[in-house]
Design a protein around this ligand. Structure first.
Ligand code: GDD
Ligand code: MG
Length: 348
């Protein structure tokens, strides 16, 4: 079965953390975010994956080439200009002849795709929208359903006074191919405004599938940080990570006086000096050097980072290549290596 994953548009980067690394490639417990998503789909037999993106994604090509694992067909659909969520699917859809999935490429969940598909078929739905329950729906598409799960209204990013439900669009759809007929070719078009509301007005069979398991939109640094911690803690699952208190990969040197409290993962080639302290949840990428007596707590470090002696990093995200000075104190920050004029940025 086919899935089109949307990874283009305006928000392709996890600003202000990174300008050069595209969102699908940001590491979650040391593996590209999108690799987790693809392998989760494949585990449900959804193994014909199209990444719909805005421009030539060199880093993605270089990493995946034309495969993401045994039995997974991976292809790319490029847009000359952003076509919006629906326009991008139309552009990528080609000759879709069967029911297919669409995913917003910045959401991560434990959705049971097999069960969602059975729900879609049982309801003979034209479109099924996965729904997640959130405390603040104003940042999302709010979806109202009746008791049978049939969608009555879809309101994208409502003001607070227009919020009528805490169930929101989780950014995972199952669509019948005929939905592509509602989307013009080569034109900016959004599911959230141009497709779902008109389908509802026409009384089409659109259903909401309530997701009770884990769901997050990792499109902001604080949520990206949260996702890393949640995977480490086993609050959500990934085929790329087996929950373990402490994982230390190859070629690491950990001084006997260093203290590590899980959950923590330390990638290849790291050097943890004497008296360094790592307090989970903590993710440390490859080839990092953690100096003498440095403390890393509740933080996500990417690759090739040098943390000076006595520095302390708490609740932060540090992008690759950063050099943290001796005795520096970093709390709730994102450190961005690819905008030198803006080396240490906002609170996460
Ligand atoms: N290829 C392509 N082209 N992808 C796009 C485009 C485009 O023009 N525009 C957006 N996307 C992709 C983004 O890369 C992202 O993965 C996804 O579509 C959703 O876009 P966001 O910009 O992250 O939207 P949002 O988070 O504000 O809102 C959307 O997601 C919410 C769930 O997280 C909406 O679908 C909401 O209704 C929904 O609740
Ligand atoms: Mg988003």
């Amino acid at each position: 079965m086919k899935a089109i994953i949307l990874v283009g548009g305006e928000g392709t980067r996890l600003r202000p953390l990174t300008y050069s690394v595209v969102k699908p490639m940001v590491p979650v417990v040391n593996r590209p975010f999108i690799e987790h998503v693809i392998l989760k789909l494949a585990a449900h037999g959804i193994n014909d994956i199209v990444l719909a993106m805005g421009y030539k994604p060199d880093s993605i090509f270089a990493y995946f080439k034309d495969g993401a694992g045994a039995g997974i067909k991976l292809s790319y659909s490029l847009e000359e200009k952003p076509l919006g969520t629906a326009g991008a699917v139309k552009n990528a859809g080609g000759h879709v002849e069967d029911t297919f999935f669409v995913l917003n490429g910045d959401t991560f969940s434990d959705i049971d795709y097999t069960e969602m598909l059975a729900f879609h078929r049982r309801n003979r739905a034209l479109a099924t929208i996965a729904l997640s329950y959130v405390d603040d729906p104003t940042r999302f598409g709010v979806v109202e359903t009746d008791k049978s799960g049939r969608v009555k209204a879809f309101i994208e990013k409502p003001t607070r006074d227009r919020v009528t439900s805490n169930w929101i669009n989780a950014g995972v759809y199952i669509l019948q191919p005929s939905v592509l007929g509602c989307i013009p070719d080569n034109q900016f078009f959004m599911f959230e405004k141009g497709v779902f509301p008109p389908l509802l007005e026409r009384g089409e069979r659109v259903f909401g599938y309530a997701v009770k398991s884990y769901w997050i939109d990792m499109g902001r640094p604080s949520q990206y940080h949260q996702l890393n911690c949640d995977v480490l803690r086993g609050l959500c699952s990934s085929p790329l990570y087996s929950v373990k208190d402490i994982t230390i990969e190859q070629r690491c040197s950990v001084h006997p006086s260093a203290r590590i409290t899980g959950p923590a993962i330390i990638n290849n080639g790291c050097n943890i000096a004497e008296d360094a302290v790592i307090i989970g949840p903590a993710v440390i990428g490859s080839n990092c050097i953690i100096g003498k007596g440095a403390v890393i707590e509740n933080s996500v470090l990417w690759d090739d980072i040098i943390v000076g002696a006595g520095a302390s990093i708490t609740g932060s995200i540090i992008a690759s290549g950063a050099k943290i000075e001796e005795n520096a104190r970093l709390e709730d920050l994102t450190v961005n290596q690819d905008a030198p004029s803006d080396p240490i940025t906002k609170k996460i």
